[in-house]
Write a protein that binds this ligand. Structure first.
Ligand SMILES: [Zn+2]
Length: 332
């Protein structure tokens, strides 16, 4: 049974199965929680269960409807995800935006009656709804056409408009248990326990992100980044470093690494070393940055997060200016 193939989230899935059994599903859901832990998969299995020919509270995975859903050709199940514009084409891209034309397409699809079963719309990366698209969606979220269900999936619920959030029933997905995740990571990648722990903590205990973290050697990249920041001694070096960072394709990941490091230093300054995310990277610190007090470190942490939000969609601030301001502040 497909819900059973999902790692963790027993409580959330039990609630959804009860709602399926009793016919008390909400019209609109917000599946919120860290990236890469199974939220979209859960939404998809709920959509399949609603259309399955042989089961009531889970998809059988084997009937014609379940198989069509798995191949992405079920007319009742529609998925929308962020896109970028390549000439006039919309191309899927997780760092892009969900545009008004995509929402209009869904709205017109919802006008048709379901082909047996129930219509289900999954909006993955819902924090990337452009304001216009979000506004076009409000009325339908509040009252979807009879029998249809809308599921918004997001790892950044704070970035959604309050008017969107208030129209959905929220299901909060929690990070996977750390110990189980470390065991799975060591088993799948051959990483050491220490590496697996860093990957688990740096990625908010997300299986898919932690696998990527280990696969891309991000632990080593993070250590290099921090070493470089610590070596800066004057303004011109700071500006040069900011310029280099601003040209990196993985600039958002670099900012996440910096956030992890500042978080750890703030925690270490509070004497709670057992809670460090990045024990190996923190241990790398040569102490030259430790003049900063805990409040200063927390402030720096929020400056890094604000910079990340500024340069990410939909704001797209000038990367060079944003990074110059940030690095000058951090090495101040
Ligand atoms: Zn089925």
């Amino acid at each position: 049974m497909p819900f059973k193939d999902i790692l963790g989230h027993e409580r959330e899935i039990r609630v959804l199965r009860e709602a399926l059994n009793t016919g008390r599903l909400a019209h609109s859901y917000l599946f919120a929680g860290p990236e890469g832990i199974g939220k979209r998969k859960t939404a998809f299995e709920l959509a399949r269960a609603l259309n399955c020919a042989s089961a009531t509270d889970d998809a059988c995975g084997e009937c014609a409807s379940c198989l069509r859903a798995a191949s992405g050709t079920h007319t009742n199940i529609v998925e929308v995800a962020p896109t970028v514009k390549d000439r006039d084409e919309l191309v899927p891209d997780p760092s892009g935006l969900i545009r008004i034309e995509q929402i209009r397409d869904i709205l017109s699809l919802l006008k048709y009656k379901a082909d047996g079963g129930r219509k289900a719309v999954i909006v993955d990366g819902a924090e990337r709804l452009m304001p216009q698209a979000a506004n076009a969606f409000l009325k339908t979220l509040e009252e979807p056409p009879a029998g249809s269900i809308i599921m918004l999936v997001t790892s950044r619920p704070a970035d959604l408009l309050p008017t969107i959030i208030s129209r959905c029933q929220r299901v909060s997905f929690r990070p996977l248990p750390e110990e189980a995740l470390i065991v799975a990571l060591v088993e799948k990648t051959g990483a050491t326990e220490e590496e697996a722990m860093t990957a688990a903590r740096m990625t908010g205990r997300s299986l898919s992100l932690a696998l990527k973290y280990i696969g891309e050697g991000r632990g080593d990249k993070g250590r290099e980044l921090i070493k470089r920041l610590q070596s800066i001694t004057d303004v011109s070096e700071a500006l040069k470093f900011a310029e280099e960072l601003s040209k990196k394709d993985d600039i958002l990941e670099a900012l996440e690494t910096l956030k992890g490091w500042y978080r750890d230093r703030a925690i270490a300054a509070s004497g709670a070393e057992n809670l460090l995310v990045n024990r190996d990277v923190y241990g790398y610190s040569d102490g030259s940055f430790e003049g900063r007090r805990r409040e200063g470190l927390a402030e720096d942490f929020f400056s890094i997060e604000e910079t990340r939000r500024m340069i990410a969609p939909p704001r797209y601030a000038n990367k060079l200016l944003a990074m110059e301001a940030l690095i000058l502040k951090l090495v101040d």
